[in-house]
Ligand binder design. Sequence first.
Ligand code: FMN
Length: 316
Amino acid sequence: MISPFFSPPLALAPMVGLSHSALRLLVLELGGIGLFFSEMLSVGKLPIENEHISPYLSRTPEESPLFYQIFTGPGQDLLPAIERLHSLNAQGIDLNLGCPAPALRKIGAGSFMAHNLVLETVRNIRAATTLPLSVKIRLGKTLDEKSLVSFCQMLESEGVDMLTVHGRLNGEKFCRKPRWDWIGKVKSNVTIPVLANGGIFSVEDAKRCLEQSGADGLMLGRGAVVRPWLFADIAHALYGAASVERGSLSDIYFRFVTLLEERFQPERRLGRLKQFTHYYAENFAFGHHLASGVQNAQTVKDASDSAMEFFQKTET
Ligand SMILES: Cc1cc2nc3c(=O)[nH]c(=O)nc-3n(C[C@H](O)[C@H](O)[C@H](O)COP(=O)(O)O)c2cc1C
């Protein structure tokens, strides 16, 4: 079953510092996107974020559908956060159960959440909202098909509407090849839609991931930062979408800079530009020069000048 929530079934992954309004708008302009996920948001902080200035909540109406991803640990009150998401016009809520970051270990959230707390949390969210509820997981602590499948079936039976499976074990680094076939073990044992995630950087990767996982759709993370037009290419190649004209690599880069300037307070721009550039630089044989020039900049203007110099050398 293809997800009833979005078409084409291609989603931008939740990524801290990257999955924000400016990247979403860039991806929208380039085409092919079906669903956005926000970066992970703390259940404790969500209710007190000022939506008019918060870089985490900044959003235009075109950035839809958008699932806000939340993380929570023991003893946190979910209700104010869910109410906030309702008032922000969320199209869905995603629970982060896959993130292995040390900050989440400290509070027993993400992939460190105890099994009984997962059950309680999902039940509480489900009772508090009629919005679509999705959950993002990794494959678990060890490769154990029975536990993985029964965990996912438990999520489904508690009213979760969609799963995203990042095809790596909790402790595995990004350099390890993702196990797309293991995503298939989830897909064939639940009836809700499953998104496959991990290691999709090209149309070929997208094809192979879908073949190996049988998933209903794909979630792209780093690949969408390196190539924000990758959704459009996949939508064209696999889902019959029209091909989309796009500008040069430098046009796209400076469009992102403009969107950062439009969407964020001045002090929130440079860090995000550096983070984006770290990935975007992979488009170039000598991209480390682009990345290091921007990394060393003190202002967005300096960063843009440095990038311009790089593009002039590269594109002529
Ligand atoms: C910089 C960065 C930040 C991330 N932040 C989040 C996050 O907030 N929530 C989450 O569930 N996963 C997070 N992830 C994991 C991604 O959503 C995704 O699962 C992972 O990058 C694998 O997909 P990819 O190979 O397409 O990048 C993050 C990954 C990166 C690289």
